[in-house]
Design a protein around this ligand. Structure first.
Ligand SMILES: Nc1ncnc2c1ncn2[C@@H]1O[C@H](COP(=O)(O)OP(=O)(O)OP(=O)(O)O)[C@@H](O)[C@H]1O
Ligand SMILES: [Mg+2]
Ligand SMILES: [Zn+2]
Length: 502
């Protein structure tokens, strides 16, 4: 088969070239030319011919269909395909997928190098292999490497021999796209894992594996086979330094579901998040823990994020965040100290920087804490990213507690959004959050005034309308740490502030 011809297209201005240039000759942008296959012509080989030969000839279909007159269908005329989801074997993965795997869907899993993508998918493939024919394409590692990992993880790949043919784990160490597609067509697995898309090579393109053109064309070709053969595909994608899945944004548009596997390299927990899902909500969160024997599900993540609560420290407040339908009790820590810089330093770990700035401004203006003279650091425990307004109140209280060297009542959770006027505003899914807090043994919740009536929840409710009231309600006991007089010298307005805040 002669090589299909390719062209280079500028993804800034759309100009076409026959060869690669580092700089677009039309618009002048650098590195914007991307290789593309030429559209099918009568004389040249065509894109639809690639990798689809064996199967389509078996079915007596020609890949180049003769043009048909368009027949439009009304919705009831389209054949029903009831989406009977099946379980991946992991509750956490099923949840993120929207309640199980949709047959024939394409799932892209992105994540930093070494975060555990191969581990997750090998374990999942092993679970699936007890019920389905499963193919694991290891394009990045040799069969031996995968086998070593499999042994460490206790993956046995289902049975062996003829009886196991229908439900078994097959390994294919291969990078050539055509070979992989041929294998998909002959083995016809129900589930296939491609690890990773950046390692695949499509011989029709001149570009190197991992280039935008390769990644895009390989995904498109795999998708065609998957949709035709009704194979569920899990595709691993690497993440660039900027944090996007390497390759064009179109990759994310092609697939049905995009999951990100993330976590702190130095902590053992890993979070699986959906950023796009055609078959479910995108805000669901799955939690795993990485151990020697591989990934284990964490079914009670709140306990994981609270486990560090050994001693009471000023500047710590507990909130209940919600990831999708999943409430998570998370500890927030704040540290404020007099600044030695012309403009004070602020850092937010696991919390949105701009929101922190806003809350600090509210505390300064409405509560009177002189934060423009103080550095402020806020972090969530376990590095969990808390990206919702319901955490505002917790942040505000943690900062205030650190400023006053006081302890927040350890049996209290704080839930509420902080408005610019210093008011505490209602949040979504309050009952869910309260139930989670009660389940974990918290006794009291400080909540927005309009959300204090939940008779079924076993918590003492403290309704507040303003942040100042919440501060007064949350802080307990005497101040600890630095003596008041010393602090007065450093921050002049302190006593004045205390009287406002009290
Ligand atoms: N012997 C071991 N004991 C415990 N943990 C291990 C061991 N070997 C590997 N790991 C864990 O597995 C992780 C690597 O997992 P894996 O290879 O699945 O990651 P990956 O995301 O596929 O990486 P890559 O981007 O290189 O493909 C390591 O970072 C480490 O946390
Ligand atoms: Mg890997
Ligand atoms: Zn251009």
């Amino acid at each position: 088969m002669p090589k299909p011809r390719t062209k280079y297209v500028c993804n800034q201005c759309g100009a076409e070239e026959v060869q690669y240039f580092g700089r677009c000759r039309s618009c002048g942008s650098w590195n914007s030319l991307v290789e593309e296959l030429l559209p099918p012509t009568a004389s040249g080989p065509t894109r639809t011919a690639i990798g689809t030969v064996s199967r389509s000839s078996k079915q007596g279909r020609s890949p180049q269909k003769t043009p048909q007159s368009l027949v439009s269908l009304t919705l009831p005329e389209i054949a029903d395909h009831p989406q009977v989801r099946f379980s991946s074997g992991y509750t956490e993965l099923d949840r993120v997928l929207g309640g199980g795997i949709v047959p024939g869907s394409l799932v892209l899993i992105g994540g930093d190098p070494g975060i555990g993508k191969s581990t997750l998918l090998l374990q999942t493939a092993n679970q699936l292999a007890t019920r389905y024919r499963t193919l694991y394409v290891c394009a990045e590692e040799s069969g031996q490497q995968v086998k070593l990992r499999a042994q460490r993880l206790g993956v046995d790949g289902g049975g062996t021999g003829e009886a196991a043919r229908d439900a078994s784990l097959y390994l294919l160490p291969e990078i050539d796209l055509d070979t992989i597609i041929a294998e998909l067509e002959s083995l016809r697995p129900q589930v296939a894992v491609i690890d990773s898309i950046q390692a695949l090579y499509f011989a029709a393109l001149n570009s190197a594996p991992g280039s935008v053109a390769q990644v895009r064309e390989c995904t498109a070709a795999l998708m065609q086979v998957a949709k035709r053969e009704h194979i569920t595909l899990f595709i691993v994608g690497h993440v660039t330094k900027e944090g996007a899945i390497a390759g064009p944004k179109v990759l994310e548009h092609l697939v049905d579901t995009v999951l990100y596997f993330e976590g702190d390299r130095f902590a053992s927990h890993r979070l699986l998040r959906a950023v796009k899902n055609r078959f479910g909500a995108t805000n669901e969160l799955g939690v795993f823990e990485m151990a020697e024997q591989g990934l284990a599900e964490v079914l009670n993540p709140s306990e994981l994020f609270l486990s560090h609560r050994d001693q009471e420290t000023p500047g710590t407040a507990t909130i209940v965040a919600c990831e999708g339908t999943r409430p998570l009790v998370v500890e927030l820590q704040a540290l404020v100290s007099p600044t030695s810089y012309p403009s004070p330093r602020r850092t937010a770990t696991g919390f949105e920087y701009n929101r922190l700035q806003q809350i600090l401004a509210v505390l300064e203006k409405r509560v009177g804490i002189p934060l423009s003279k103080l550095d402020a650091y806020v972090a969530s425990s376990g590095g969990l990213n808390v990206a919702e307004p319901a955490a505002d109140l917790g942040v505000a209280i943690a900062v205030a507690a650190s400023f006053r060297d006081r302890i927040v009542d350890p049996e209290t959770v704080l839930i509420g959004e902080v408005g610019l006027g210093g008011q505490v505003r209602p949040v979504a899914q309050m009952e869910l959050r309260l139930r989670e807090a009660a389940k974990l043994g918290f006794k009291r919740a400080i909540v927005p005034a309009s959300q204090a009536e939940y008779p079924g929840v076993n918590l003492e409710m403290t309704p507040v309308t303003r942040v100042v009231d919440a501060i007064a309600a949350a802080l307990v006991g005497r101040r600890v740490g630095v003596e008041e007089e010393q602090r007065d010298e450093r921050v002049e307005s302190i006593t004045e502030v205390e009287s406002i805040a009290e």
